[in-house]
Design a protein around this ligand. Sequence first.
Ligand code: F3S
Length: 394
Amino acid sequence: MYLTKEEEHILQGEQGEVVERMFRLIVQLGDIYGADKMIPVGSVQVAGVSYKSIADPGTEFLEDLAAKGAKVKVLTFLNPAGMDLENWEKLKFPKDFAANQLRIMKAFKSMGIVITATCTPYLAGNLPRFREHIAWSESSAISFSNSVIGARTNREGGPSALAAAICGKTPNYGFHLWENRQPTIKIKVEADLTFDADFGALGYYVGKQIKNKIPYFVGIKNADTDQLKALGAAMAASGAVALYHVEGLTPEADLVKKDSLETIAITKKEVDEAYAKLNTGKEPDIVILGCPHASLREISSVAEKLKGKHLKKPVWVCTSRMMKEAADRMGYTDIIEKAGGQIVADTCMVVSPIEDMGYKTTGVNSGKAANYLPGFCKQNVCFASMDKLLEAAL
Ligand code: F3S
């Protein structure tokens, strides 16, 4: 890989031990993947934030970096943490877990990272532009930024994203190059899709079938950004889809080559099959919405459904702190809390320790969450639309 004089000096330690170590890591990555050079990144999103995911070794690694004076060079946000960083006591998150989570947040903050823990950074103040190079590491955020925004990121791991943040650069390979953004399979959608959960079921089915291919969807007549985020999140979870195109909807769909692609048709039968596969439980003991983190529009629909009602079961709506603040101002939080539900910021059903909080069966409307909850959180899953789940909780 070609390195500039300045980059060579970084490898000789001119900018200190931490930058040298981090730069060496991304140079090695670039060499492995055949990058020709380094490119500047506009922003970074770092995964590996929850104490549940990184435990003591990860926490100590971050504290060590912070103690050595690591600082980020570009706008850097975080993936969800393991708890609501402000209301964890009220929500009954375990105290020892909280103490460790707060150590992690302190280390990130001292590196200059924005303590906004969300998988929808694009809704919370970190919005890349079309064709901007970025280094993000949460799979649904990668999918959304590559596909719906048309920004360019590889599937970064926590350490390589952190290295990109500290160096302000990433190696130029993979999805940063136009030739690697071309579709490799066509998906003809013949099923009617109504609810966000339908998009999650479609994404789950397609991801399982195509693994890490790049799908070009035809037949999706209309979908809002919430439905596209549900689709991308599920495909990234059941497969490893980091980029997709939707005819007429996503910005690169008209620009890519899509002739003579192998085609798979998806009918109602396949969508129903995905629903059946994802449903492993009967009655949820908690309903958790907001995977990926809920938009203000999604929070407002929950508030509308719960207005003046009383929930018999706990309901959480996971979101970013920014969306929660907007929901507070709009009175949505008040409506949801009066009904007995909670808006839970900074975390989600998968990275928080719900299995240690007494829950065994979780109701979700997200194909991604339904895919991960059995393995990551030992949960049975009731996968259905938001309307059905809220009806069951009332
Ligand atoms: Fe986000 Fe957690 Fe879902 S990180 S995409 S809400 S599993």
